[in-house]
Ligand binder design. Structure first.
Ligand SMILES: [Zn+2]
Length: 253
């Protein structure tokens, strides 16, 4: 490399660093201001709730989903802090149980064995970048850990390739996202505490698909052998919750 080229490269790097620093500064201002807003408003409104939560947690569900920034599990389910025990990773993957200790294994063991969550939800989502990578692993040469991690979705990838020869690329991706949810549920069943709680019906597993553009959430329905709208799958319970909310509103003075 010539001195001029080196100097040019240095200037480009300095410019890049300055741009990155500027962007980082702006974003942190926004995030830090958000914390102050939380403390003044959201926390202040829920002071009693946080007081109770400071004593311990008893979440309604273990919610396993993708790390994708577009998913907000609490917003999606309209739940409050303390109600969801959330585990996230690229592709909402659950490695099958082995004697190797991993973050997912430990979190599942704790949520199911100690907190005894009654429900486990595995939630995939539309346009999942991790599943795009699983369909096209040749693009992951520079990302060996991502490629290795996505091998936990390989069975789903093969099923979709075998079954969906004529599907368009977007339809194939959608099929994989759903098949992957079912595969990860199968992996969940190999975890000893999950298997134990499932055997008595103390814990139930749910497979979901969230469509980012429409807000639609589908749940896997064993009778239909397909993903169907949440309101349809949970017809009775959803109806009961809505009814109870209306009743409470009606009784309010
Ligand atoms: Zn994703």
């Amino acid at each position: 490399m010539t001195a001029a080229a080196s100097a040019g490269g240095g200037r480009a790097m300095a410019k890049q660093a300055k741009t990155t620093a500027g962007r980082t500064g702006r974003r942190m201002d926004k995030i830090a201001a958000g914390v102050v807003k939380f403390q003044r408003e959201a926390f202040a409104e829920r002071r009693d709730l946080f007081g109770r939560l400071a004593e311990g947690q008893s979440p309604e569900a273990l919610f396993i989903t993708c790390s994708d920034s577009r998913i907000d599990p609490n917003l999606l389910t309209q739940t409050e802090p303390g109600e969801l025990f959330i585990c996230r990773n690229a592709g909402n993957i659950v490695p099958p149980h082995t004697n190797h200790t991993g973050a997912m294994t430990a979190s599942i063991e704790y949520a199911v064995g100690v907190l005894k969550v009654p429900h486990i939800i595995v939630c995939g989502h539309s346009g999942c970048g991790a599943m795009k990578g699983a369909l096209n692993p040749e693009g992951l040469d520079d990302f060996p850990h991502v490629r290795e991690w996505l091998s936990f979705a390989r069975a789903a990838t093969l099923i979709v390739k075998e079954r969906s020869g004529k599907l368009s690329e977007p339809a194939r991706l959608d099929a994989l996202i759903k098949e992957n949810v079912l595969l990860q549920i199968a992996h969940l069943r190999t975890h000893p505490h999950v298997a134990m709680r499932l055997s008595t019906g103390a814990t139930q597993i749910h497979g979901w698909y969230y469509d980012i553009r429409s807000g639609e959430v589908l749940a896997f329905d064993e009778t239909a052998n397909d993903f169907i709208p949440v309101a349809e799958h949970y017809h009775a319970p959803v109806g009961a919750v809505i009814h109870a909310k209306k009743e409470r509103r009606r009784r309010r003075p």
